[in-house]
Design a protein around this ligand. Structure first.
Ligand code: IPE
Ligand code: IPE
Ligand code: MG
Length: 224
């Protein structure tokens, strides 16, 4: 049975779900938040230590302002309402990506990270304004500036995921088979599951099924 330490998820399909059932993309984002809660709980139940959630990519700025604002309001409300609870549940929050949002949201994200920094049950990495290409370029720039050596260890030290083990399992919901600039380096050996269901329709049942299947895969890492 494979150990499962880190699950990464591309939570895709909110907009389509919202349009189909509520005639509004934003309603899909709101519903998607309920899935986030369910999946966090199931992750804890499975004693998984790291959960990385792709919530907003560097490319998502190309969306209409109205949708972007809605998304960040949703996040702000979520943190305002749930941070205490998250902290009590011994969950650590870490943001991947650059905090270039409203000063209110930046402060709230910093607070969430600081307040939960000693927690140890589960670490949730929230990828927000995250793009893997930017992350890699910045890592190389940092090494270059310090006149450091270009090697795997040094590169990893300069990624935003420093000290976070690579994901063992990547799940993308929403019936699309692509990585969309997510953790390109870190996913080198992840087992990848593309799930047909849209994120708001994704449940613990599908999640558990994927975990079960993951456990039984023969992971080679180049060996035989
Ligand atoms: C993913 O759902 C959530 C974000 C990118 C914020 P989408 O909004 O991409 O949903 P679809 O893919 O358009 O259905
Ligand atoms: C990927 O979904 C980003 C997130 C889930 C946050 P997108 O919906 O933005 O991806 P593309 O544009 O369809 O590849
Ligand atoms: Mg999408």
């Amino acid at each position: 049975m494979n150990p499962l330490n880190h699950v990464a998820i591309i939570m895709d399909g909110n907009g389509r779900w919202g349009l189909k059932y509520k005639n509004s993309r934003n309603a899909g984002h709101k519903e998607g938040l309920k899935t986030v809660e369910k999946i966090i709980n199931e992750t804890i139940k499975n004693r998984i230590k790291f959960l990385t959630l792709y919530a907003f990519s560097t490319e998502n700025w190309k969306r209409p302002k109205k949708e972007i604002n809605y998304l960040f309001n949703l996040l702000e409300n979520f943190l305002n309402n749930r941070l205490e609870d998250i902290n009590k549940q011994n969950i650590r929050i870490k943001i991947l990506g650059y905090k270039k949002f409203s000063s209110k949201l930046n402060k709230l994200l910093n607070l969430a990270e600081k307040k939960t920094s000693k927690n140890s049950k589960l670490q949730i990495n929230l990828a927000l304004n995250y793009g893997s290409k930017t992350e890699l370029i910045n890592a190389f720039k940092k090494i270059y500036k310090k006149k450091g050596k270009i090697n795997e260890k040094n590169l990893e030290k300069n990624l935003q995921t420093y000290n976070i083990p690579d994901p063992d399992l990547l799940i993308r919901t929403g019936n699309t088979k692509r990585l969309s600039n997510f953790l390109l380096w870190q996913l080198a050996y992840a087992e990848i599951f593309f799930e047909k269901k849209l994120w708001p329709a994704f449940t613990e049942k599908e999640y558990k099924k994927i975990i079960k299947e993951f456990r039984s895969i023969k992971r080679n890492f180049g060996k035989i």
